[in-house]
Write a new protein. Structure first.
Length: 74
């Protein structure tokens, strides 16, 4: 499995796991699980992360983009 696009954006922007987690109101462990694909990211958390990185929410999901969109429609 390729590296998570959230992790790529986070490191590219120079944020630590702890900084991003604090900014979006989740634990660093939870964010780590999202980045590693062990947990699904909610639409609300994705929105907050995208806002923090100044990107569209869709950019957070390169490989899993369509899966995320399907889940939002449910």
């Amino acid at each position: 499995m390729s590296e998570s696009s959230i992790r790529i954006l986070r490191t590219k922007k120079g944020y630590s796991l702890e900084e991003v987690a604090k900014e979006v109101g989740i634990s660093a462990g939870y964010l780590s699980q999202i980045e590693s694909g062990k947990r699904q990211v909610s639409a609300e958390i994705a929105k907050l992360i995208a806002k923090l990185f100044s990107v569209d929410r869709e950019e957070l999901f390169e490989a899993t983009r369509f899966k995320a969109i399907r889940q939002e429609k449910k």
